[in-house]
Design a protein around this ligand. Sequence first.
Ligand code: DGT
Ligand code: CA
Ligand code: CA
Ligand code: ZN
Length: 567
Amino acid sequence: MKNAEIAKILYEIADMLEMQDVEFKPRAYRRAAQSVETLQRDIAEIWHEGRLRTIPGVGEAIEKKISEFLKTGRLPYYEKLKKSLPVDLQSLMSVSGLGPKRIGLLYRKLKIKNLEDLEKAAKEHRIAKLDGFGEKSEEKILGGIAFAKGFKGRMLLGTALPIADEIVKRLRKLDFVNRVEFAGSLRRMKETIGDIDILVTSKDHDKVIDFFTKMDDVGEVMARGPTKASVRLKGGVQVDIRVLDDKLFGAALQYFTGSKEHNVAMRRIAITRGLKLSEYGLMKNGKLVGGKTEEEIYNKLGLGCIEPEMRENTGEIEAAKNKKLPELVKYGAIKGDLQMHTKWSDGANTAKEMADAAEKLGYEYICITDHGGNLKIAGSLSEPEFRKQWKEISASGENPGVKILKGVEANIEPDGKIDMPDKFLKEFDVVVASIHSSFGLTREQTTKRLVEAIENENVDIIGHPTARNIDERRGVDMDFGKIFDAARRTGTLLEINAQPKRLDLNDVNAREAIKAGCRLVINTDAHSADQLANIRFGVGVARRAWAESKNIANTLPLKDFMKCLKR
Ligand code: DGT
Ligand code: CA
Ligand code: CA
Ligand code: ZN
């Protein structure tokens, strides 16, 4: 599958054009890249169907380039650009506060090509002297370098999962293969993934390794042995495979799912019971006593079987010991999606098309929440436009299976006010309010800002509460205790935004929110019908937060869901 590879190229083109101060085009490329990156289908299939233009952000020019690349495996336009700008954009871009424009300037003025050059220049105070930079931005850059080093070499869950799915599917088709599962951080649904780990059972180990290392999309074979191999795909992703026999599948799956910290704690428990746990099974005096299934291993250690998403050694082992494991919300439990955008603002599809896609997912309801208020760049709707949209929705006849709610995503201003009139807000079924600007307020200011929004009687849901972007921007700083307290007190729902770049609230915050008695919703914030499938990333976060169905409002049928809105 070439999705990740193409997305990467489109991002780089956008950045390189922007480095040279080209207008408009970078935005288009970036938008297309984002859609391709999180596409839950193989882009080659969409190309074969002649439907590339249905991908949000893909216009005529970009369609042509994607086609050319899929046809020939090359894109001379991109190669030429890259040659003319020998800069390690990817790492420089991951420094918060540094965009392509500034990177272009740093390259032209100081010949900065990579993180090392950047760090050196900042430490030598050469950056502060440049026009448009100052001591403060130099300090910020140094902080940003530290953050970038943290993400370096990792990818978003939303990038890794479709790639892993595709490889798993391929392997399952082979007749000499029995079981195939992915393990590692991916199975735990961590928000970022270092590499993809795949386990296969087969009688013919050699044949599996052979197939795996010779797949079309393999760029480089990094290691190859009789039962394991590591490859780097052309898109840059590393994949590890291990081949084993059926009778040890459970033990290997348990071991390679991790986390390391969870495994260390598990081995300690084994020792207290006179047993030894490893990837080769649970042993007593050198004799195998468990290994075929994970459940068997957990049970023989006196534990209930712990769901992969909880295996981080943050209390799950104690809970399993005391029979206090939560019944985690299921991936199929969501009955409605409460944040999505249509053609009316910055989405790619109509409300009707969104409803059709929702019906396929088995939903009972969706809420269309195009942007309102002052967010001009995202195509915010005026009051008359919203009224026209509502007419269109009711004229579409509605899907008998899926109720379309009238919603809006409004903006929370720096002082906590919502940027739309109260009287109009009351006419919507659901109001989502989110932070889209002024990310740099202090912790006190942000806490006040959010509490004010939460206390607003017209706000049902706080969208992506910290406004972070996993690979670009830290979230706003706030006193979560006060936020959760206000949300619980007012019955305001807090969102787990399922966009792979956001996953906001994250696992840790969501778990705290649940402990504090808040109710959450999981929304995709989809900008196209395909993106409704991103819901699984949000459910993954909820499961990592130990959420049960009762903690997630949109597992409720429509009638009960409407009752838990505060208005
Ligand atoms: P990642 O790839 O950085 O997102 O994180 P993981 O958790 O997928 O880590 P990875 O790929 O290095 O290894 C996969 C799993 O294998 C890991 O979660 C636990 C297990 N594992 C690997 N190395 C060790 C080790 O040295 N000790 C223990 N206890 N487990 C290990
Ligand atoms: Ca891994
Ligand atoms: Ca690995
Ligand atoms: Zn938003």
